[in-house]
Write a protein that binds this ligand. Structure first.
Ligand SMILES: [Fe+2]
Length: 247
């Protein structure tokens, strides 16, 4: 049975079997309500907060974060209490080992219909995505570059995120060169490179089965500023012993 989604159209039948990385090109045009939500989400990136956990003076990353429980049975999304975001130093030598508290999502971001649809459509892609509750961390991230000052989406280099699945959706990019997502097997050999080019283009990956990084964002041509805006989800099943059973 083919699964159809609002934002990506028909999904490929075989997902996360051979390849832990799945590229989902954005479907266009969207219906009016979702398209308005998509544009509103893009505007919300003008109001992100500086990432206080970066090293050095050039603030190359701005962000906001929110945590939700998404019940795929009842189609309910409940906000969870904001809490600090923690990764071990093993997972993240750059910024691990610290309880990083990020500024919360704005109220209008949390109510955005496009963001809700994006959660359902990414969950629809996952093996075992239906009929259970997922904890979804929503990261809005803007990478900023200036001439001679690149922005680093993944300053820690090749890494795992420490989640069951991660998704990255491009919301916007302006005057960017670089910002290419790279995926490697557990042996560290890179086997896939992809650039998210159009708003809505999304990559979903099964984090424990691959390593990933993103190449630095640099300014293209003579521009004075480059920005790359992405909406990333961390996706973890709430119940134990989740994903394997109905793969
Ligand atoms: Fe990552």
């Amino acid at each position: 049975m083919t699964t159809h989604t609002e934002l990506f159209g028909a999904l490929p039948g075989s997902r996360f079997t051979d390849d832990p990385v799945l590229l989902l090109p954005a479907r266009t045009p969207l219906d009016g309500r979702l398209d308005a939500g998509r544009r509103e989400l893009a505007e919300d990136f003008e109001d992100l907060a500086d990432d206080r956990w970066l090293k050095g003076d050039h603030v190359f990353r701005k962000r906001r974060f929110g945590l939700f429980a998404a019940d795929t049975e009842s189609r309910a999304i409940e906000p969870l209490e904001d809490r600090a975001f923690f990764q071990s130093t093993e997972l993240n030598p750059y910024a691990g080992g610290m309880h990083r508290k990020f500024e919360p999502l704005a109220a209008r971001t949390r109510a955005n219909p496009y963001l809700a649809q994006l959660m359902w459509d990414v969950l629809a892609v996952l093996p075992g995505g239906r009929g259970r509750t997922w904890e979804v961390g929503v990261h809005l991230m803007r990478i900023v570059a200036r001439p001679g000052l690149p922005g680093h989406p993944a300053p820690e280099g090749m890494h795992h995120d420490g989640h069951a699945f991660t998704s990255i959706t491009l919301v916007g990019r302006a005057d960017v060169s670089g910002g290419v997502s790279r995926f490697a097997g557990l042996d560290g050999r890179i086997h896939r490179e992809l650039a998210l080019e159009r708003p809505g283009d999304t990559v979903v990956f099964e984090d424990p089965r691959c390593l990933h990084d993103v190449t630095p964002v640099e300014v293209a041509g003579d521009a004075a500023l480059a920005t790359r805006d992405v909406c990333g989800f961390s996706l973890n099943p709430v119940e134990p012993n989740p994903v394997e059973e109905d793969r």
